[in-house]
Ligand binder design. Structure first.
Ligand SMILES: [Zn+2]
Length: 411
């Protein structure tokens, strides 16, 4: 059965003539460029442009962290590229489906080590860097391309829409738009605090929620569901938009943050908030490093707003910024997503000062589906509202349990 499947798949692939096999991340990068979100870069770079950008960090006078080239790995791809002639048409294939075509302008070799070094800002020994290295080929191709993403195989490409942002901007007559790239794994009260802070200072907030090729404990869908819940119940719904942003390898290194700034500027945002859950946490905790990156960029006009770290202070009895609380570290509870994930993974309810109970209930019933079915069947009436017996699910069960935990006995 398994070998038959493989044979079929090979049979299909053989029918593609002169094809380049690229992965989803490459398709997404090509799409970002095609939609003008990497401007001033509007096409795949040729050898000369690649060398210039990699040497100077500038493209047409504007900072661009590294060259934008298409150099997929694989023996078959190498053969196709070696034999490609100027003007010939190459079919682009992703996961067995045609996703576009490219008219060859030129093919040139790249220095894989150097490219990895550029993308990872020198951090080339991490697992992430090794994964990226495996995906780089020795040959890059440039030329005009077009993408055909109507096929339902490519629904994952529904992503950041500049049009939707402009439309909302018009509808609510927004002057200032703030963007924030986040993981929200999980969404905490700190995120909420940062959203409010951003909305105080601008009219519209665009949340770019990262979507990973390999999702961790909390997948994109549950992370988005929780964010949506918070927005719909506790924030001005018409002033916040959520878009998936595929976490492609171009964003992996320290300089990925410059690419975030370029992308959000091209989306019509005038400010970017670098928040607590920025994927590369080490950057966040070293503000000096971020400042130094943004100090050196040229012609990127977006305003970068760094948010100080927030903690729960047991003396202040509320969420405070480290900058404004006079109490010592031993009074502070930090919001580390790894810590919260650990609690959730153990099946426990995180403290409600860190996360809203509704968010915890959603996540726990996602991680442990139907965990309490037998208990609900037997003792469901214990948790019934107004003495009425109603259909209850795990999510309700958690919420009622949390309420009970918070109920103090009479003294
Ligand atoms: Zn304090």
């Amino acid at each position: 059965m398994e070998s038959q499947k493989r044979n079929n798949a090979q049979g299909e692939i053989k029918t593609f003539q002169n094809a380049l096999f690229i992965d989803k991340e490459a398709v997404f990068a090509l799409l970002l460029c095609q939609e003008g979100l990497l401007a001033p870069v509007s096409h795949l770079m040729n050898e000369e442009e690649m060398q210039e950008v990699d040497a100077t960090g500038l493209y047409r006078g504007q900072s661009f962290p590294f060259s934008f080239v298409l150099a997929p790995s694989g023996k078959r791809n190498a053969i196709v590229l070696q034999n490609a002639q100027e003007g010939s048409v190459i079919t682009l294939v992703c996961e067995g489906n045609i996703c576009g075509e490219l008219i060859v302008d030129s093919v040139f070799t790249i220095d894989k080590q150097q490219r990895l070094f550029k993308i990872m800002s020198g951090d080339i020994y991490s697992q992430k860097a090794q994964d990226i290295y495996k995906r780089l080929g020795n040959y890059a191709v440039c030329g005009k391309y077009s993408l055909f993403l109507n096929n339902e195989q490519f629904t994952f490409m529904h992503h950041v829409s500049k049009q939707a942002i402009l439309q909302t901007k018009k509808n609510i007559q927004a002057n200032n738009v703030t963007a924030m790239v986040l993981d929200a794994s999980p969404a905490t009260r700190i995120h909420e605090r940062i959203f409010r802070f951003a909305l105080d200072e601008s009219d519209l907030l665009v949340l770019l929620l990262l979507r990973h090729q390999n999702e961790g404990l909390l997948d994109f869908h549950i992370r988005k569901t929780c964010l949506q819940f918070i927005i719909e119940n506790y924030l001005p719904t018409n002033r916040i938009l959520i878009f998936p942003l595929d976490d492609i390898y171009l964003f992996a290194g320290t300089h990925g943050i410059i690419l975030d700034a370029i992308l959000t500027q091209n989306l019509g945002c005038d400010r970017i908030v670098i928040g607590e859950n920025y994927p590369n946490l080490t950057i966040y905790y070293d503000n000096q490093k971020i400042y130094s990156i943004f100090d050196t960029i040229k012609d990127i006009k977006i305003n970068v707003k760094l948010v100080n770290e927030f903690v729960y202070c047991s003396q202040c009895n509320t969420i405070v910024s480290l900058k404004t609380c006079p109490h010592g570290n031993h009074h502070h509870i930090h919001y580390h997503s790894g810590f919260l994930q650990g609690i959730l993974q153990a099946g426990l309810i995180p403290p409600t000062i860190l996360m809203r109970k509704e968010v915890s209930a959603k996540i726990l019933s996602y991680l442990y589906p139907k965990r309490f079915s037998p208990l609900l069947k037997q003792f469901g009436t214990m948790f019934a509202n107004n003495g009425m017996i109603e259909e209850q699910d795990d999510e309700d069960f958690y919420l009622k349990l949390i309420d009970l935990y918070q109920t103090h006995s009479l003294k």
